[in-house]
Design a protein around this ligand. Sequence first.
Ligand code: BTN
Length: 320
Amino acid sequence: MTGDILEYLGEKEYVSGEVLAQKLGISRVAVWKKIQRLKNMGYEIIADQNLGYCLISRPDLLLPQEIQRGLFTNYIGKEIYYFPELKSTNIIAKGKALHRAEGIDEGTLIIAERQSAGKGRLGREWFSPVGGIWLSVILYPQLSPSYISRITLMTAVVVVKAIKMCTQIEPQIKWPNDILINEKKVCGILTEMSAELDMINWVVVGIGINVNIDHQKFPEDIQENTISLKEVSGKEILRVKLAQSFLRVFEKYYDKLKRKEFSSILKEWKLYSHTLGKKIKVDMGERIITGEAVDINEEGELILKKEDDELVEIISGTIV
Ligand code: BTN
């Protein structure tokens, strides 16, 4: 592990190779090797024959040791599986969630710098190049399966709050789970679960945030409706900071949800809503309903008022 040496390496101050070797219980050659590995990962470290090593800067990679440094959560992100590249963090997370008994705890994260087969809702592809945040959280809530849409709505609120904290930009939420800036999608949420009739086995919440992605990199067919945080703010966003904010707020809100305090989360959802008050068409798979989005109820269902004033409750669908 190279993470451990980072604990002892001085930031903007020298630590001798001998001290590092002593602290880690390894040889000075082994210290040197670890330093080389860190340099290859993008850490800027200078070495002085007399003074030792000095850490100058850290890379903005979503490395576990970077995210966990100063994260201060109780269980979200305590265990992180990091991949420079994989197919889909949700696929790996679902595989791991099956092994709860073998120590895959609630709050375990799967994070990738890039996904080669990122999954979107309804079997769509999710474009996931380097520069975004692609992560999945494993949860084991002792809640009824009907809570699944509340978990998604909660996650949308958490993403908005984290983006606001790190960029001053205030995104909006398009029901059920698209995060928009200037009417364009900046983040998607894919919640998957395994459940029995009245009991959830596991939930995997996957979020994809377009952070530092240049607009021309998006595939043509989604360019018009997609945006990145870098585009809006005009500068690169520190992904580690954004991921940390997301995880911290996620834990706080997920704890609220487990205490059945969804009302306060719902209030915030409504505050950030892009959907309420608008005339919309919802594709429910077997039919499309048109009406005004008048409310979201305590179960997380969208209330649509049809033209004949009939109110319809919709638990899942896509606004078209
Ligand atoms: C959507 O269609 O809006 C949902 C997109 C969700 C994308 C994220 S990226 C991290 C996680 N892993 C995946 O394969 N998908 C989700």
